[in-house]
Design a protein. Structure first.
Length: 214
């Protein structure tokens, strides 16, 4: 069976390499490996997202959903040094490398966890289960479209429901992989959604905190 980047425990042999994330405001060398998303270069959609999003909140909890080896989370950490950044992914190999990349780039306000449950935010903040859910100040993601529509919808709505009342998420999705369909679907779920950029076949969507959940 061909391994997927969303496999929790990839069995593919290791072949580490280094790629570069080059943006107008920062340069990050990043260690990657086989069996993870865009292992041989920083994905174009990720770069478009990072070149398009407004600055992250200066404080609060910032989340990279589907962090891979860390380019989005590490950019958030660099741009908001007083914030607390959390990157999550189901791929154990990717999460391990993301932590390595944070250390190598001297970014210490970021943590990485394996999983997809938003309770990881509570774990990250050491919040007791009986306390009110933690609020996410911003969420950036190049989401795992290829896990399938039902799983993707469940993943997104579960995490988006944790946005603080005035917070927004920013998602980058290829047009030919259903960006416009996802845009419409989010609005049917009471998430105000705005396309803020369209470039090279990608859409960047801003998704605001839900107005109501029925």
């Amino acid at each position: 069976m061909t391994p997927h980047y969303f496999d929790p425990d990839p069995q593919t042999g290791s072949e580490p390499r280094t790629v570069s994330l080059v943006l107008p405001d920062l340069y990050l060398p990043l260690r990657t490996d086989r069996a993870m998303f865009s292992a041989d270069h920083v994905d174009l959609g990720t770069r478009i997202l990072l070149e398009t999003v407004p600055p992250p909140p200066r404080q609060g909890t910032l989340v990279d959903l589907g962090c891979g080896y860390g380019p989005i989370a590490l950019t958030m950490a660099s741009r908001a040094p007083q914030a607390s950044v959390l990157g999550v992914d189901v791929n154990e190999r990717a999460v391990e490398l993301a932590g390595y990349n944070a250390h190598q780039n001297h970014l210490y306000n970021v943590d990485f966890k394996v999983g997809s449950d938003p309770m990881l935010v509570d774990d990250h903040l050491d919040v007791q289960a009986e306390q009110a859910p933690a609020h996410i100040a911003a969420l950036w993601s190049n989401p795992p479209i290829r896990i399938g529509k039902p799983a993707l919808h469940h993943l997104l709505t579960t995490w988006l429901a944790r946005l603080a009342p005035t917070a927004s998420a920013h998602l980058v999705v290829q047009r030919n992989l259903g960006a416009d369909t996802l845009h419409r679907w989010l609005e049917t779920q009471s998430y105000p959604c705005t396309r803020i950029a369209s470039r090279s076949g990608y859409r960047v969507l801003r998704v605001d905190a839900p107005t109501s959940i029925t």
